[in-house]
Design a protein around this ligand. Structure first.
Ligand code: COA
Length: 328
């Protein structure tokens, strides 16, 4: 358990809205198939902004909403599996764009696929001493999708979410659970660059995302309840006011809801509008819930995710009064 609290949230998403019908024009699919199998109605795709640009937009919104002096930021973590560059990290690009290059800041990226933001939140909670941590999940998955593969291109979108976290003295706290399990079957997988490409006389194949949907589905419905049960410990699910889950598929969430006896109405869901934005999915949903003033004082919520690796993670958040700097 860490005595930390979130003091501001922000989000960003791709500029172009792509509906299921739009996808039906480029691959053999239909609005009915996508909607009934996943709950997704549209997603946003970024045409000009790279991952760091979305991250910066979300970070600026979080800073503005919280009203903090940005120079209090001492740690920047960006969870992403679609960084702008192999190096430098998106986190360093965010630092520069926010004008924090002269501040005492540690900045780095984390890749734990769709669980990345929850991993980053846990790392920030452990690393943060004085000051404020800026924790971001940001992705431009559109650049690693094979837009002729209907198995994958209908599921994902581009976006970012950012939170500001500081040490709490008011009783607010967060507790975490995170696990991983190497998957040599590559159920969810995107190739990187080949070893020693200079020795080969062929171009690298394009690194597109591949997925065994049924295998991932099976993993998701085991791992999400597992992570939630671990952060609950002996506590009843009835004490949780809201779950903000990784936005992969409505059927996965309905299964989790049934398994845990947790009502769907208390899950915050925006996958119908944004699809699966991987590491951005949980903070994008959190940012919207925060903006809609659904995150209230004296509330208990759980963030939960799963992803390639395999990785899975949850965070239980207790909020004491007085967290909304932007409401004061
Ligand atoms: N449109 C139409 N048909 C499609 C399609 C699409 N976009 N994508 C796949 N299909 C076809 C497949 O080719 C397959 O056809 P076949 O049976 O002739 O081989 C068939 O639909 C598969 O159907 P079904 O098994 O009923 O699909 P499903 O109920 O397993 O749903 C997923 C498929 C991908 C939606 C589901 O498995 C899933 O959500 N998995 C988890 C994915 C996920 O969460 N990934 C991200 C993790 S972070």
């Amino acid at each position: 358990m860490e005595n930390v609290k979130i003091i501001g949230c922000g989000y960003a998403h791709g500029s172009k809205c792509v509906t299921n019908d739009d996808l039906g024009k480029i691959v053999e699919t239909s609005d009915e198939w996508i909607r009934s199998r996943t709950g997704i109605e549209q997603r946003t795709v970024s045409e000009t902004m790279n991952t760091s640009d979305l991250a910066i937009q979300a970070a600026k919104m979080a800073i503005e909403k919280s009203g903090i002096d940005k120079h209090k930021i001492s740690l920047i973590l960006v969870a992403t599996c679609t960084p702008d560059h192999v190096t430098p990290s998106c986190a360093c690009l965010v630092q520069e764009a926010l004008g924090l290059n002269d501040d005492a800041v540690m900045a780095f990226d984390i890749n734990a696929a769709c669980s990345g933001f929850l991993y980053a939140l846990q790392c920030a909670a452990k690393l943060l001493d004085q000051g404020v941590a800026l924790v971001i999940g940001a992705e431009t998955l559109s650049k690693i999708l094979d837009w002729s593969d209907r198995n994958t291109c209908v599921l994902f979108g581009d976006g970012a979410g950012a939170v500001l976290m500081e040490r709490s003295q008011d009783g607010s706290y967060m507790s975490f659970y995170a696990r991983s399990k190497g998957d040599k079957e590559h159920a969810l997988f995107c190739d990187g660059r080949s070893l020693q490409p200079h020795l080969k006389n062929v171009d690298d194949p394009k690194p597109y995302l591949h997925m065994n949907g049924r295998e991932v589905f099976r993993f998701a419905i085991r791992s999400m309840p597992d992570a939630i049960e671990h952060v609950l410990g002996k506590e009843s699910i009835d004490s949780i006011d809201m779950i903000i889950p990784h936005q992969a598929n409505i059927r996965i969430l309905e299964y989790v809801s049934r398994k845990l006896g947790f009502p769907m109405e208390k899950m915050f869901i925006n996958l119908d509008r944004f699809g699966n934005t991987s590491a951005a999915s949980v903070p994008l949903a959190l940012g919207q819930a925060w903006e809609q003033k659904k995150i209230k004082e004296n509330m208990n919520l759980i963030l939960v995710g799963f992803g390639a690796g395999f990785t899975w993670s949850a965070c239980r958040i207790h909020i004491e009064g007085g967290n909304h700097h932007d409401d004061q």
